[in-house]
Write a protein that binds this ligand. Structure first.
Ligand code: MN
Length: 503
């Protein structure tokens, strides 16, 4: 299969008072595994349940309770790793990351620091046709989510909801290969797209099922290339980590604001302190949360309640063979099979439902026309009604029916749009509607000739003008189209008008 070649985008430059600066960004994305139960307990993961109703004794860390690993969560993590073309580690292990927080009853989070289940991989982040960034993945590890402290329900008390405690997260860690705010958002969009294709994370950012931590630093032009050649981080600036963002817009704004803060410090002779910060969208600033902690601060050690996780290659191969066609491959296939532009193929493969819909249409009629109609007419109309593609009132069969009528020159493009609206609102078979309502294009030249003659005879002044300026013949074409209710074949009308006017 052909490979889609692309060029890397230019890094984003931010001009300070003295110098131009480049951005360097690495991301840690927490993706909640799509699974009915938690990582080490059988409690439900359903969103929106009564607070503290999805909590087992294990999640509440009652004395003597032991974690039991959920095999399905492991499979989901492996699937995600394979989708990111990453190395799967057949031997991995769980560690305790110790810290106190009211929404973490155990007093530690079970995570994988030293031996993650997934190793190095890569993601192609599409920015525009022909321009993409290859972002290297460093690792993916599994870990438990914490619960939720609620401070805004009562003036004197705080509450805790442990429903989320122990839910399985995949932490996807990238290398610092991202060079601007737009790229950072596009990276998260691509990860989400791949995971939705795989069915391993629903990507719902509003519910907190996908959150991003962003590591931002700035450097002078040329430094990043030195880092690339030597893999030595000292060529890059000191980074700050901005925690827990759950919207694409906030990710971009936070990066921009944080980079400008660092630039202001550096240009006035100061030093950027490595720390963890929070983004406040209301004030459009980042604030220090805590100075950057190191691994030893958490006193990580192997969890004595859990054996190392060993999986075998045959099982990994079975999981691999169950993978669906992924976005990059599907896009490439659409370009090759249906002769689509990269842009159109990108739009149609943005989600699997749209891709499937398009392909059902394209199997029944001409691919390029099918792409135009799905993207321009169908998506536009659905957007107007705020409907998802799987609730489209027009089925692939109906849309293919309309397109086939255009292909066979039985209806004009203009009539096709009317027909589309009729099918969208009232349903029905496009062929039957066209027959019943007499919408077929008039290709019979004698009918068109008659109509042209009438217009010519009725408008001697226009005829005189057109003889002096042939461009005005278009007026006659318009009149004939009007007289035939848009059903005349425009090409025939044009030819006949020129012939009758002797132009
Ligand atoms: Mn984490």
């Amino acid at each position: 299969m052909l490979d889609l070649s692309f060029e890397s985008p230019k890094p984003k430059i931010i001009s300070g008072a003295k110098f131009d600066w480049e951005l360097v960004i690495g991301m840690e994305v927490h993706a909640q595994v799509a699974s009915a139960s938690k990582l080490f307990s059988g409690a439900s993961t359903e969103f929106g349940n009564e607070p503290n109703s999805n909590v087992s004794f294990v999640d509440a860390a009652m004395p003597g309770m032991l974690p039991v690993i959920n095999e399905f969560c492991v499979e989901q993590a492996v699937k995600t790793g394979l989708g990111l073309k990453a190395k799967i580690n057949l031997w991995s292990a769980f560690d305790r990351k110790n810290y106190f927080y009211p929404d973490l009853p155990q007093g530690y989070q079970i995570s994988q620091l030293y031996h993650p289940i997934v190793g190095e991989g890569e993601v192609i982040v599409d920015l525009e046709p022909g321009i993409a960034r290859k972002v290297r993945i460093e690792r993916i590890h599994m870990e438990q989510d914490a619960g939720k402290s609620i401070h805004d329900m009562d003036p004197n008390m705080s509450f805790v909801d442990l429903n989320r405690t122990g839910v399985c997260l995949m932490e996807i860690v990238s290398r610092p290969d991202i060079r601007g705010p737009e790229e950072a958002a596009a990276y998260v969009v691509k990860l989400r797209q791949i995971m939705r294709y795989l069915g391993t994370c629903d990507g719902n950012m509003q519910n907190g099922n996908l959150r991003a931590d962003v590591n931002v630093s700035v450097c002078l032009p040329g430094q990043y290339e030195k880092y690339q050649q030597t893999d030595d981080f000292r060529h890059l600036g000191v980074r700050c980590e901005i925690k827990n963002m759950n919207s694409m817009r906030f990710i971009q704004q936070a990066i921009d604001v944080e980079a400008r803060r660092q630039i202001a410090i550096l240009e006035t002779g100061g030093k950027v302190e490595q720390e963890t910060r929070l983004y406040d969208p209301d004030k459009s600033e980042t604030r220090s949360m805590r100075s950057k902690e190191e691994a030893h601060d958490y006193r990580y050690f192997p969890d004595p309640d859990l054996l190392p996780l060993e999986i075998d290659q045959n099982w990994v191969d079975t999981v691999r063979s169950s993978l669906p066609e992924l976005p990059d491959e599907k896009k490439l296939r659409f370009i090759n099979d249906y002769k689509l532009t990269e842009y159109d193929a990108g739009v149609l493969t943005a989600d699997i439902e749209s891709a499937d819909f398009f392909e059902s249409v394209a199997k029944l009629c001409e691919g390029k026309l099918a792409a135009n109609w799905v993207i321009n007419e169908l998506f536009g109309r659905l957007k107007k009604d705020d409907l998802p593609i799987n609730e489209s009132p027009v089925s692939p069969n109906q849309l293919a029916g309309i397109i086939t009528l255009i292909q066979n020159e039985e209806i004009s493009g203009k009539i096709a749009k009317e027909l589309f609206e009729i099918v969208y609102v009232d349903g029905g078979n496009p062929n039957e509607i066209v027959d019943k309502r007499g919408m077929k294009q008039v290709t019979d030249t004698s009918t068109i000739e008659k109509s042209v003659e009438i217009v010519i005879n009725d408008n001697p002044d226009q005829v005189a003008k057109a003889k002096l300026n042939p461009k005005l013949a278009g007026w006659f074409v318009g009149q004939v189209m009007k007289a035939t209710g848009g059903k005349a074949n425009p090409k025939s009308v044009n030819e006949i008008v020129f012939k009758k006017l002797n132009l």
